[in-house]
Design a protein around this ligand. Sequence first.
Ligand code: IMP
Ligand code: MG
Length: 178
Amino acid sequence: MSEKISVMISEQEVSDRACALAEQIARDYAGKTIHMICVLKGGYYFMSELSKRIPEDVPVELDFMSVSSYGDDTKSSGIVRIVKDLDQPLEGKDVLVVEDIIDSGRTLYYLMDIMRGRKPASLRLCTLLDKPDRRERDVKVDYVAFEIEDKFVVGCGMDYKQMYRNLPYIGVVELTED
Ligand code: IMP
Ligand code: MG
């Protein structure tokens, strides 16, 4: 088997949407400091796109967390494990979690529960992609860059077998017989 990748959402579209969302987030957080949390590895690209477009009058702090919920397959294992925890406490902070994609919702359902337990002043979720048709757990998503249909995608931080995270666009993976 080998894979072929076709463009679903272009680099320009991702960039334009990140700009628009950053403006909306900056308005919503006016007068506050955004404590942005990147869910590694997939969320790093989008957090970078988003955070650099928040104007300096809305301060942004960054922290990182790594969880593992996927093997090298395209299906969720259902097992979520914290691989790297946050460096800073969340108590009293206005926390914005940034993810690459919400699929079954299992990862974020678990993560948001952990974060809520750390008593932030507020807790919101922003994702580059949402696949609502695949949802198994009820997760409230506050900001979505793009809703997509049930296709396996790569690029902008997302991988297939740890590859293609670096693609500047969002692509669909099609597996072909060699
Ligand atoms: P969930 O727990 O099923 O919502 O899946 C969450 C994680 O699975 C995401 O943060 C991604 O890392 C990964 N994932 C889900 N769908 C895709 C996809 O289409 N391409 C790449 N990774 C995906
Ligand atoms: Mg992810």
